[in-house]
Design a protein around this ligand. Structure first.
Ligand SMILES: Cc1cc2nc3c(=O)[nH]c(=O)nc-3n(C[C@H](O)[C@H](O)[C@H](O)COP(=O)(O)OP(=O)(O)OC[C@H]3O[C@@H](n4cnc5c(N)ncnc54)[C@H](O)[C@@H]3O)c2cc1C
Length: 563
């Protein structure tokens, strides 16, 4: 990827075949697919890549056991089709970026013989639907075996667990890798650039988009033959821009996650199979933490996307019922909230019942193509369908999609022993080598070369987390990171690991960014104050006033077997 200032210059007043609006999973995937089919494509993102829903997921690459349950109990073929397609996509997602995604075992705790039978039959159907795409067959694990794998589990009355396979990934980094691959294929992308107006020709067809630089207020116009609206939760805004008064299609559902210290060495996830509101909750080892979520509550755009105290209480209550040692609010080290862009069925009812199917809509007059709904796991399939519609609009033969087997940037030459090669070649500690491999794949070498050339960049960002300052410089130069939030949340992942550490790291990260982005002293201080203020506000709203307090007492050793 280009440095952001250069990327802006490249799109300024330029013309393309396709303009994709929105740089989350759907838009990045669509841009990559279009470019690989030979269409000159530009990707415009209002915030940072993946800064909206696409970095707020449960990080599962899954068909969805809950959706399967609903397909069976509600005899719903729609739910079944979503599960089937997602299970196929699961395999492509994994194979295309092995450093960012991996199979994981999920344990469903059972406290009655009926539950053992019920969940066993369920996951066997799941295996069957996955067919040749399955990672490994599901199985019953005895109570003893289950407790050995997940010592935190409530052992009293445990009849065993049902273990099944799904995938896990780093959503924010996966999105950056898709955009990186897109630009390497010749596409142009720019972040922190918002489409503020669409221009239509005499026939009503969209021919240009006015774009505003969100960092300095500059404006430009980009022309294209086709426009794709991939703005997730904001899809109705762009549809409205193209056709004022158009009927809304989306319903928004908020979901929150909390992160807890993980001091048990475990590689498996636990599924809380029954919650108060009839859903499931996952407790998943993720980058050295236990990621717990999620909730599902319908919201409007006015809702502030923060984790609230009531949501924290809800998640802890559901999880603690299944644990021998309950977690308390003081254990929470970080959290995040996101909003699912669900396509409305047109009927009232709870959002948790809405099918996670996607839809590609082509507006007859404006020719705007909107790709809506879906889930991260099906981002590639959504993109394929959207680009098929693009080709139709351009009057081209439909076909030529190659993304099923197109490896993402960082995958070239990657293998399971890549972290060890970093240890051997660069003399890195295990933890740093693993962290770099998990974030950058084989691009880690370029990060390390930076640290070699500028030794001060080899320093950690903050004590207790393996990211170095070189990652920040690399992200600014090669991944279009342009704000503190970009680097501390999505590029290095520190903000997901610990709010407290992220606040402490802000001045150090800002000093690196100041150099990379030519910020003046006032701007640098403003970035630090703004960032620290935002994170403090989040922890206060979640009721986590002593975040990390308990971590001092029992700092987790970073889970060495989290992959
Ligand atoms: C709590 C939660 C848990 C989830 N868990 C999972 C999971 O485990 N597995 C799974 O497969 N899926 C999961 N999902 C679903 C998945 O995260 C989403 O389906 C997916 O990320 C949506 O991607 P998107 O690109 O459509 O939307 P977004 O990621 O929201 O991207 C849309 C982008 O458009 C940009 N934009 C908006 N307006 C403009 C404009 N005017 N100009 C330019 N850009 C604009 C926004 O800034 C944004 O970045 C979860 C979702 C939530 C909320």
């Amino acid at each position: 990827m280009r440095h952001r200032s250069e990327a802006w210059r490249k799109i300024d007043g330029a013309s393309f075949d396709v303009c994709v609006i929105g740089g989350g999973a759907t838009g990045s995937g669509t841009a990559l697919d279009a470019q690989l089919r030979g269409l000159r494509t530009v990707l415009i993102e209002a915030g940072d890549f993946a800064s909206a829903t696409s970095s707020r997921s449960t990080k599962l690459i899954h068909g969805g056991v809950r959706y399967l349950q609903e397909a069976v109990t509600d005899l719903d073929p729609g739910q079944y089709n979503v599960v089937k397609r997602a299970l196929q996509e699961r395999r492509f997602m994994l194979d295309n970026a092995r450093f960012l995604a991996h199979p994981m075992e999920f344990l469903v705790p059972c406290y009655s013989r009926w539950d053992v039978f019920y969940y066993f039959v369920g996951v066997k159907i799941y295996d069957r639907i996955a067919g040749k795409h399955n990672f490994f067959p599901s199985r019953y694990r005895s109570a003893k075996d289950s407790l050995a794998r997940w010592p935190l589990l409530q052992g009293s009355g445990l009849k065993g667990t049902i273990a099944y396979a799904d995938g896990q990934f780093d959503d924010a980094r996966y999105c950056v890798a898709v955009v990186q691959t897109f630009t390497q294929a010749g596409g142009e992308a720019v972040n922190h650039a918002r489409v503020v107006r669409l221009e239509q020709d005499a026939g009503g067809k969209i021919c240009a988009a006015e774009i505003e630089d969100q960092l300095n207020g500059a404006k430009t116009t980009v022309r294209a033959r086709v426009f794709v609206n991939a703005t997730g939760p904001y899809s109705d805004h762009i549809r409205e821009m193209a056709k004022p008064g158009v009927q809304k299609r989306l319903r928004l559902s908020k979901g929150v996650h909390i992160l807890l210290p993980l001091d048990e060495r475990t590689t498996d996830a636990v599924v809380v199979p029954k919650t108060d509101d009839g859903r499931v909750i996952f407790a998943i080892p993720w980058l050295g933490r236990l990621l717990v979520g999620t909730t599902d509550d319908e919201v409007t755009h006015e809702e502030e996307l923060v984790v609230k105290r009531s949501e924290v209480d809800y998640l802890l209550r559901q999880l603690n019922r299944y644990l021998s040692r309950p977690f308390a609010i003081e254990d929470i080290v970080a959290g995040f909230a996101g909003v699912r862009p669900l396509v409305s069925s047109g009927k009232p009812g709870k959002t948790k019942k809405l099918i996670r199917e996607h839809e590609v809509e082509v507006d007859r007059e404006s020719r705007l193509i909107s790709v809506m709904g879906g889930k991260w796991t099906t981002y590639r399939a959504m993109a394929e369908d959207a680009v098929n519609a693009v080709q139709q609009q351009l009057g081209q033969p439909v076909g030529g999609c190659v993304t099923r087997e197109h490896h993402l940037s960082g995958s070239e030459g990657y293998s399971a022993d890549y972290p060890q090669s970093l240890v051997a070649n660069y003399g890195l500690p295990d933890l740093t080598a693993r962290h770099l491999s998990e974030k950058f794949g084989t691009n880690a070498g370029a990060v390390l070369d930076l640290a070699k050339q500028e030794p001060e960049l080899a320093q950690p960002i903050v004590e207790g987390y393996p990211a170095t300052r070189a990652e920040i410089a690399y992200s600014a130069r090669n991944e279009m990171a342009a704000t503190l939030d970009d680097v501390l949340e999505r590029r290095t992942g520190l903000q997901f690991f610990s709010w407290k550490m992220a606040r402490a790291a802000a001045p150090v990260a800002a000093a690196v960014m100041q150099k990379e982005m030519s910020w003046d002293a006032a701007h640098t201080q403003h970035e630090i104050d703004d960032y620290v203020g935002t994170i403090s506000g989040w922890s206060a709203k979640a009721g986590v006033t002593k975040d990390g307090a308990k971590e001092q007492e029992r700092r987790p050793e970073r889970n060495s077997t989290s992959r």
